[in-house]
Ligand binder design. Structure first.
Ligand SMILES: Nc1nc2c(c(=O)[nH]1)N[C@H]1C(S)=C(S)[C@@H](COP(=O)(O)O)O[C@H]1N2
Ligand SMILES: [Mo]
Length: 438
């Protein structure tokens, strides 16, 4: 029996923004009417039962269990894309397929990776973390020693400063959300707070920065202000419950929640307390691009408030007019996401999205809005606000501030960094989704 709350026809639900955006609570109001509209089924109980397939997997005992699980063979296409699969001597990227997963954290096998000189194969027994420099007592930590300290767990996103950089281009890009925004992921990290270890070594008051260094052949190093080190920096040992993946820093990495991916030094082996920053390769070159004014940010640490729609997005074709959920990810280095607005007409009219609870600081928030596609052209866009009151800039604003790719000669020809403007998806009559500028 349909309950009274499900007797409203979803077609009659009020459109709250142009091109068919519905109120974020419409699903609760629409009830079974939504389901019938999506499945196409309005059946009696017995007719519904007859729809169960007579399948071979229900006819005999199933396969053997495995000691370590892997996804279903039918999910083989859910994979990262690799920028340098033969491992030529330059950076390798592995990008997260945001359009093929859902929720708020990234499975370990799909977490993005950027490794500038490959992933070292570190024997955890032989690895050491040294903390020295402007300390009272330099210390060397084995993994065993670290495992005995009090630990904490927190959700945090890691995002490369170059994520979304193609969106500084003049023309729209024929690419998926994986290609455009696949260099951000979110995991539950567990480890020892750096402040706990610094209490042991003691801190010389002259120390204003630390230099963190990795054990890869490149010995990637970055300077970190002591304020961040003592705030929420962590020596991460576990990722989504299991030990770090080799590509994400096994057996330990520096986690600086919300800060530029590059500073989250993987395969961490050294922390040296110093008075002034090192001006290392990545902080002085790659992540200090020249601005249209001719000046450069000396340091640009925060991954500021940002959002993008993952469903629908290029590669996910709509199968005809009707009901869809628009959903995506929002995050900010400045705390929790406060609000996400969604537009289906390229930013002219907006409605507020529902946020999946719990909304955690410096972590992915999943937003959702019900949408009735009328089969005509539409342009989907999202815009996020964080609890500190920051809002995503418009594309015009961020392009004016940073410059369009290639129009500004940028020392080494690097694209601009830190794109946190909107991403627009154009819906064509065929149901195809394409990146557009709106
Ligand atoms: N030691 C070391 N740390 C590193 C890197 C590296 O190549 N070596 N890559 C950096 C870059 S550019 C980014 S964006 C992040 C990515 O973290 P992830 O690979 O765990 O996603 O790690 C950073 N830490
Ligand atoms: Mo990066």
């Amino acid at each position: 029996m349909p309950s009274s709350r499900s007797t409203r026809r979803w077609e009659d639900l009020e459109v709250v923004a142009r091109n068919g955006l519905l109120d974020r609570r419409a699903f609760f109001k629409g009830g079974a009417a939504f389901a019938a509209a999506i499945t196409g089924y309005t059946l009696s109980d017995s007719a519904a039962a007859q729809q169960l397939p007579d399948a071979p997997w229900s006819a005999a005992a199933g396969s053997l269990l495995t000691p370590y699980g892997a996804p279903s063979q039918f999910e083989n296409g859910v994979a990262r894309t690799l920028s340098n699969p033969k491992g030529e001597p330059r950076t390798q990227h592995a990008r997260t397929p945001h359009h093929l997963i859902n929720g708020t954290f990234t499975p370990n096998g799909l977490h993005f990776i950027i490794s500038h000189s490959g992933n070292p194969d570190i024997d955890p027994e032989k690895h050491r973390l040294v903390i020295h420099g402007l300390v009272r007592q330099p210390l060397v930590f084995t993994l065993d020693a670290l495992m005995r300290y009090p630990m904490v767990s927190r959700m945090a996103f890691v995002e490369c400063g170059g994520n979304g950089a193609p969106l500084f281009s003049k023309e729209p890009i024929d690419a998926t959300v994986q290609a455009l925004h696949g260099l951000v992921s979110c995991a539950e990290w567990t480890g020892v707070m750096l402040s706990t270890l610094l209490e042991e070594t003691g801190i010389d008051p002259k120390a204003k920065w630390l230099i963190a260094e990795g054990a890869d052949s490149l010995a990637l190093s970055r300077s970190v202000p002591m304020t961040k080190a003592l705030d929420d920096a962590m020596i991460a040992l576990y990722q989504n419950g299991e030990r770090l993946m080799p590509g994400n820093g096994y057996p330990m990495r520096l986690l600086l929640p919300g800060w530029e991916g590059n500073m989250n030094v993987k395969w961490l082996r050294r922390i040296k307390l110093v008075e002034t920053p090192a001006m290392s390769y990545y902080e002085a070159r790659t992540y200090a691009p020249i601005l249209p004014s001719g000046k450069a940010y000396q340091f640009y640490f925060l991954q500021e408030v940002k959002s993008f729609i993952t469903h629908p997005s290029p590669g996910l074709k709509l199968s005809g007019p009707g009901f869809y959920e628009i959903s995506g990810l929002a995050y900010s280095a400045n705390g929790r996401i406060a609000k996400v607005m969604v537009s289906a007409d390229g930013g002219k009219s907006w409605t507020q999205a529902a946020l999946q609870a719990p909304v955690l600081p410096k972590a992915f928030a999943r937003f959702r809005v019900p949408w009735r596609w009328d089969g005509g052209p539409a342009v989907l866009q999202s815009r996020a606000w964080d609890e500190a009151g920051n809002v995503q800039p418009t594309r015009a604003q961020i392009v004016a501030a940073r410059g369009e790719t290639k129009t500004v000669p940028n020392v080494m020809g690097f694209p601009n960094q830190h794109y946190n403007g909107p991403t627009s998806w154009g819906i064509e009559r065929s149901g195809e989704v394409k990146h557009v500028y709106a």
